[in-house]
Design a protein around this ligand. Structure first.
Ligand code: AHR
Length: 668
């Protein structure tokens, strides 16, 4: 990661205050009317067809309590070894109920801890979900669980979704009887038409039959995207597919590495029947159910029509453990080869056949494999040898694959060292910065070495605002994106990170995220809309542009931590721009970011192609840079499209303060 002021997990609230001060002290330097000249006849190069993608990992309850549609938290009772967190005993009438974790009744080696319920009279167990259980009208939920009792037969059991106090039952069903053997039970729960959407609810399994009961893998799913069993939340998938990503970088990030070698992403344990998945400790302070396993990641890609960018564990974990290159590393290399075979192999291969057994005979398309994550943090010097060993083994079996190194780029991590004995096809660079830093460095790739590896900006974000980013961040993002788009001959792929955040208290580990949600609702940050709009106006050719008399702002940078004297003001452009063309339609997309507090008129001169007077403009703007969307104000800042006239080969447009604008010019 790169950034002057932000450290991992730091909160950007301080930045907000500092930036409010910056804005006050920023002074526009007066100049003649700015002019942007676009040469429509002079494509500099193609826009990379894989330019725009998404990055994902289990952070901020991205999957459990996020995209993965499971509604029961702690469904296999391993989240806390001492107590059944998120579960409570439910007493009904004059009955009594007591619950406790029990390891004496394992179902198999994956489901080792279960919940024991002792009922006298009437009682049961309740789960409070991921900050509530979302209830919607006319919805069919699928509940399933393993259960047994201490008698030959017991029950029946009543399964229900109800308000947190049990006063309102939204949906209920019965499991007629259970036995003294573990068995899985499935029921449908259907809500009525007249209920209001709500979230302060619980899931309950209860009985009027006194006795002892054990439960495991208790699950509740709402309808999922494309109706996939064990699938994803519909609203979040709709938001992602609406962005139109070309790839998904998976499964992390730090989540790939794990805190330790033992807790790296265990892809083989994430396959097949949920009852065979033990789950594993995540690196972001909560356990992963691994319901979002490798195949679910791939099917998620499939549902978005995006290609996976597969990151393989490369022998380095976050707390500094590493595996020495050579024989010690070989099992990890073999594991990566197996993983690639699981993704791409046909059914005649061992792991291709496994994938078919898991329900997906068709191989997935794979072009890029990333070897590790942020190995610039590995101070042991082992990445050189580890990279070479992975590179040689993967290229020998899969010469067509493009291999990504996590060092060697121009970010702070990449610059620490570079792999010398092999030339990676691509280097991954990460940038987490504030808006001023993004804007100051928007020309970062203009002078980049074109002879070396291509660049994957595999994580980047303007981190202002939280839990999701604010308008100032969106301005920084858009400025940075114009630079990457202009240089997308070298920046072949880029993706914002992190993608998701559960906005409930305790849901977030990293602020400055793209999409926020609770159990019921979701919304996009202004940065989300910048991503979406930029991707849909990407075109396929980058056009030459020239800016003249672009006004500059004198911006006061924040005082670095530990210093008292503020640094000298810096002069930054107040307008950022790029232009692309769609060869099929002839449309020209002109992106203009106005970071100033005042509106700015810009003269455009378009050469080399006749431009129609009528076109359209998409604007994302806000009155104040610290404005943001939120769960209770989800659409404060959204793109607005208008039809505009008075365009042509020579025209002037005025851009609102704090605005991101995309002009679509049509050829005549
Ligand atoms: O995106 C959050 C984290 O930032 C990623 O897990 C890691 O790769 C980077 O340090």
């Amino acid at each position: 990661m790169e950034g002057i002021l932000f450290k991992k997990g730091s909160i950007s609230r301080r930045m907000l205050a500092l930036f409010a001060a910056c804005e006050l002290s920023a002074a526009m330097v007066a100049a003649a009317e700015p002019t942007i000249t676009i040469d429509a006849n002079k494509p500099l190069h193609n826009v990379s067809p894989t330019f725009f993608g998404l990055m994902t990992e289990e952070i901020n309850h991205s999957y459990d309590g996020g995209l993965y549609a499971e509604l029961i938290q702690n469904r296999t009772f391993k989240d806390d070894p001492k107590q059944p967190v998120h579960w409570s005993a439910v007493k009904l009438g004059n009955g009594s109920a007591a619950i406790v974790l029990d390891q004496s009744q394992p179902i198999n080696t994956a489901l080792t801890t279960c919940l024991k319920l002792d009922v006298q009279g009437s009682g049961g167990i309740a789960n409070d979900g991921y900050w509530g259980i979302p209830v919607k009208p006319e919805t069919t939920y699928h509940a399933s669980f393993f259960a047994k009792t201490n008698r030959k037969s017991g029950g029946p059991l009543t399964v229900s979704i109800e308000s947190h106090d049990g006063k309102q039952i939204f949906a209920t069903a019965q499991v007629p009887g259970i036995t003294d053997q573990w068995r899985r039970y499935d029921v449908s729960l259907v809500t009525g038409a007249d209920i209001k959407p709500s979230v302060d609810n619980r899931f309950v399994i209860s009985t009027n039959d006194s006795g002892t009961y054990w439960f495991n893998l208790v699950s509740l799913f709402p309808p999922t995207f494309n109706g996939r069993p064990n699938g994803n939340r519909v609203d979040l998938m709709q938001m992602l597919t609406a962005m139109g990503p070309q790839f998904l970088r998976l499964p992390g990030g730090n989540y790939l590495e794990g805190d330790t070698i033992a807790t790296r992403f265990p892809w083989k344990q994430t396959l097949g029947d949920l009852a065979q998945r033990p789950g594993h400790p995540g690196c972001w302070r909560y356990r992963s159910s691994d319901g979002m396993g490798l195949l679910e990641f791939l099917e998620w890609c499939e549902d978005m029509k995006a290609e996976p960018v597969l990151a393989v564990y490369a022998g380095y974990s976050l707390r500094g453990e590493h595996v020495n290159p050579g024989p010690d590393l070989q099992p990890f290399v073999n594991d990566a080869l197996d993983e690639i075979e699981y993704v791409t192999g046909d059914t005649s291969t061992k792991w291709g056949a496994e994938r078919a057994k898991d329900g997906h005979p068709q191989p997935f398309k794979l072009t890029y494999v990333e070897i590790g994550n942020e190995d610039g943090f590995d101070k042991s010097g082992s990445y050189e040898g580890r990279f070479v060993q992975f590179y040689d083994a993967i290229k020998a079996k899969y010469p067509q694959l493009q291999l990504i190194s996590t060092v060697g780029g121009r970010d702070s991590l990449g610059k620490r060292f570079t792999v010398k004995q092999r030339t990676p096809d691509v280097v991954d660079e990460h940038y987490y910065r504030n808006a001023m830093e993004m804007e100051a460095d928007a020309a970062h790739y203009d002078d980049y070495d074109r002879k070396g590896p291509k660049v994957f900006v595999g994580e980047w974000a303007t981190r202002e605002g939280g839990p999701t980013t604010n308008m100032n961040a969106a301005l920084g993002d858009a400025a940075w994106l114009t630079g990457m788009e202009r240089n997308s001959d070298i920046v072949v792929m880029q993706c914002f990170a992190p993608l998701f955040v559960n906005v409930n208290r305790g849901g977030m580990q990293w602020s400055g995220d793209l999409i926020g949600y609770d159990a019921l609702k979701s919304y996009g940050s202004p940065s989300y809309y910048v991503q979406k709009v930029f991707n849909h106006t990407q075109g396929d050719k980058v056009l030459a542009t020239k800016g003249e008399d672009i006004p500059k702002l004198a911006v006061q940078p924040p005082t670095p931590r530990g210093k008292t004297a503020p640094p000298a003001k810096v002069m930054l452009p107040s307008l950022f721009y790029s232009a692309t063309r769609d060869s099929k339609t002839g449309a020209i997309y002109v992106k203009v970011v106005n970071t100033a507090a005042t509106e700015q008129a810009v003269r455009f001169e378009v050469k080399g192609a006749p431009v129609a007077a009528k076109g359209s403009e998409i604007v994302i703007k806000s009155a104040k840079p610290e404005d943001a969307n939120g769960i209770s104000d989800p659409t404060k800042i959204v793109p607005v499209t208008t039809q505009v006239g008075d365009l042509g080969n020579s025209f002037t447009r005025t851009f609102a303060p704090y605005s991101v604008n995309v002009l679509e010019l049509q050829s005549q």
